[in-house]
Ligand binder design. Structure first.
Ligand code: HDE
Length: 705
């Protein structure tokens, strides 16, 4: 005791303490204080941030320590409620650029001039999981775009899937309760594979089209950068003459679509739960700014009347082959937020944020959302002044008489805080500029009804299914089987298969068989009479619409000591030239010594860099290092997984024993390429444009699906 008291006393001069640090009783010099003085939130300079104020060195902490109390108090209040849905998200700043004037269709200012740029903030998210869940859940992705236009903020709060589970907003709480973790056990987290979800879905036939999408590879995007976004609902454009045109919004990624396989997703979640975040962060920080083209489907009332389905029904698409989308602008993300909480967490998207010239349709889901998003911000951000936060504030001039409330940072100045007033003070409405709703004529009895025109739940579900490649169809069957295998209540499983029978008998048969159903149920009788056979829509397949390049993708290169430096450098250069990037994986994170004596820097130690993190792999061990690699089970998995996931694999002769170790030596195909000389590199890199060798898939074990 005497000793420790003495030690504390030695630090009696708190000033000194900033300059010294004790370690094992030693005194050390530490870096001197920076120029900026640490202060309390009230601005008071702080003397000592290492020790609380005590009565005696070993005595009780004093309540008087206002710095300590303020610091802990603030920490205790650091969390705000996470979003009730879309809690896990990641965002970036950028801009939208308009290609040419769309004045013919809309009076919205941002669409008037060619080349006009509007600042943008875009948040991507998963729906079901909590804020801390993993990125590669099988789930819908949010794609929420905030455009800071000169006529106020416009939020296009969309998803990466163009349809939704339900037709009426009143069912949203039920849907979300069902998909989130079950209320008694509080699991499963970020997964739809459980009884409650499939119970609700199997009792909700309108969800069948959406189910086809979420059981497809669309729900497992390889990157935010490689997925589409959709406004989902039908909106309106309104021009200066108050003429309305219906519109559907599509964001098309410049880098093309790409997804991962379920088996990969499961492994990626373990290896890198932040896979999507890291990908966006790395791309933007390295100057590879992701870009999407805004394409729109425009149509009039006449088209809507003739279309097979109701354009107000959010469980339906308008096939692109029937109404080709027109490119009208591009969205570029070029800056990460300085602070995640300030911007990504506090950003408040609201479907009702539309500028003059954009208007709503009567889609009952959209109408309900227009209430929900304002309401939810009040709860989440704690009061009505969330528009005062920089990320939510308009970037155009604004003036209103809203005042006071929690955390008000801007109040109207001057005497008059109302209008009209006799002093000529404050802003007034503008007939010329103000938002004017499209004067649609509405009538009808006040009733709680679902229109007949919303009744067909299977035709487009089938259309989606038949538009997929065989492999993609197989993934849907495998996903349904996996999800339903987690359902413990047999009647729910059977009810789902009875819906599948109305979508595609072969699909239903496959799922029934893989689940081991003894007897197939009867087809579900919900409104099935309305189903008609639609033609396939090739635009719906990811594989058919692959990017045909390796741009934005990553090659994982496995090296050991003795790696051929010239070959490695030539391979890296060729991949970079093709717009891709490389990560070096090795047994030791401290590097590998190449054959020419140079030290190769390593990005990942093999344990932390499994092949699931890469789009293709190259195996370049040196003769001297291969035995080291063969001793590691992670090296076997690296090769076995890359092969099972249909990835292209390049290798040098020294790597051959790895194929035996991975159990694939007799299965090697044209996607496994020997690099005997530098000239082989060009062929391999050209091959990478296909992203995967899909013809391998039926041959590898089923679990890879
Ligand atoms: Fe949302 N949704 N939603 N949603 N939604 C929210 O708002 C809601 C729907 C979507 O990155 C919440 O700020 C209802 C469809 C995205 O911050 C909440 C209905 C689509 C985001 C809400 C829907 C979406 C949200 C929760 C049924 C695609 C994340 C936190 C009528 C078109 C935005 C928040 C962000 C977030 C309500 C259905 C997309 C509760 C009532 C359809 C991308 O207001």
């Amino acid at each position: 005791m005497a000793k420790s008291t003495k030690r504390s006393d030695a630090s009696a001069s708190i000033h000194d303490q900033k300059l010294v640090r004790r370690e094992g009783g030693e005194l050390h010099q530490i870096a001197g204080p920076g120029d900026e003085t640490l202060t309390t939130a009230q601005g008071g300079p702080v003397l000592d941030d290492q020790n609380s104020l005590k009565a005696g060195a070993r005595g009780p902490t004093l309540l008087e320590d206002f710095h300590f109390r303020e610091k802990i108090f603030h920490f205790d209040h650091e969390r705000i409620p996470e979003r009730v849905v879309h809690a896990r998200g990641y965002a970036a700043h950028g801009f939208f650029e308009n290609y040419k004037s769309q004045a013919k269709y809309t009076r919205a200012d941002l669409f008037q001039r060619a080349g006009e740029r509007t600042p943008a903030f875009v948040r991507f998210s998963t729906v079901a999981g909590s804020k801390g869940s993993f990125d590669l859940a099988r789930d819908v992705r949010g794609f929420a775009v905030k455009l800071y236009t000169q006529e106020g903020n416009w939020d296009i709060v969309g998803n990466n899937i163009p349809v939704f589970f339900i037709q009426d907003a009143i069912k949203f709480p039920d849907l979300i309760h069902a998909v989130k973790e079950e209320p008694d056990s509080a699991f499963p987290q970020a997964q739809s594979a459980h009884d409650n979800f499939w119970d609700f879905i199997s009792l909700t036939p309108e969800s069948m089209h959406m189910i086809m999408w979420v059981m497809s590879d669309r729900a497992l995007p390889r990157s935010f950068r490689f997925m589409e976004g959709f406004g989902v609902h039908t909106f309106r454009l309104v021009n200066a003459k108050d003429e309305s045109t219906f519109i559907k919004f599509h964001w098309k990624p410049k880098l093309g679509l790409q997804s991962v396989l379920w088996n990969e997703a499961v492994k990626i979640n373990g290896a890198d739960p932040d896979f999507h975040r890291r990908d966006l962060w790395t791309a933007i920080q390295s100057g590879n700014y992701p870009e999407w083209e805004l394409q729109v489907q425009l149509f009039n009332q006449d088209f809507a009347d003739k279309f097979d389905f109701d354009v107000l029904d959010p469980t339906k698409i308008i096939p692109e082959e029937l109404l080709p989308p027109i490119p009208i602008g591009r969205l570029v993300l070029d800056r990460m937020p300085d602070n995640f909480f300030a911007e990504t967490e506090q950003v408040a998207f609201m479907t009702q944020n539309v500028p003059p010239g954009i208007d709503f349709s009567n889609d009952p889901l959209l109408q309900g959302r227009n209430f929900s998003y304002l309401d939810t911000q009040l709860k989440r951000l704690g009061g009505p002044n969330f528009t005062h936060l920089p990320i939510n504030a308009p970037k155009c001039p604004f003036a209103h008489f809203q005042q006071d409330g929690h955390m008000a940072m801007r109040n109207p100045v001057g005497r008059a805080n109302y209008q009209p007033n006799s002093f000529g003070l404050g802003p007034r409405e503008s007939v010329a500029k103000g938002f004017r709703s499209f004067a649609d004529i509405e009538d009808g009895a006040k009733r709680r009804l679902r229109p007949e025109s919303f009744a067909d739940h299977y035709s487009q579900a089938r259309q989606f299914f038949i538009s997929q490649t065989e492999g993609e169809q197989q993934h849907i069957a495998a996903a349904l089987t996996f999800e339903l295998s987690k359902v413990k209540t047999p009647v729910i499983r059977e009810r789902m298969v009875s819906h599948l029978l109305n979508i595609d008998e072969v699909l239903a048969g496959k799922v029934g068989e893989m689940l081991g159903l003894r007897k197939m149920p009867k087809p579900a009788d919900a409104a099935v009479a309305t189903r008609h056979d639609l033609e396939a829509s090739p635009a719906l397949s990811i594989v058919t619409n692959g990017p045909q390049h390796f741009e934005g993708r990553k090659l994982g290169i496995l090296v050991t000591d003795g790696v051929d430096a010239k070959l490695l450098n030539a391979l890296k250069a060729a991949v970079i030239k093709a717009g891709g990037s490389c990560a070096i994986v090795a047994p030791k994170v401290t590097g590998a010594e190449a054959d020419d004596g140079t030290l190769i820097e390593v990005d990942e130690m093999i344990d932390g860099g499994p092949s699931v993190l890469f789009d293709a792999v190259a195996l370049l061990p040196g003769e001297s290092g291969i035995s080291d690699l063969l001793a590691q089970s992670t090296a076997r998995d690296f090769v076995a997984d890359a092969f099972a996931h249909c990835k292209f694999i390049a290798y040098v002769e020294a790597a051959r024993p790895l194929f035996a170790k991975a159990g694939i030596e007799d299965s090697l195909d044209e996607g496994v390429v020997a690099l005997t000389a530098k000239k082989d590199i060009a062929g391999f890199v050209a091959m990478l444009a296909d992203l995967r060798l899909w013809t391998r898939e039926p041959k590898v074990k089923k679990s890879a699906a």
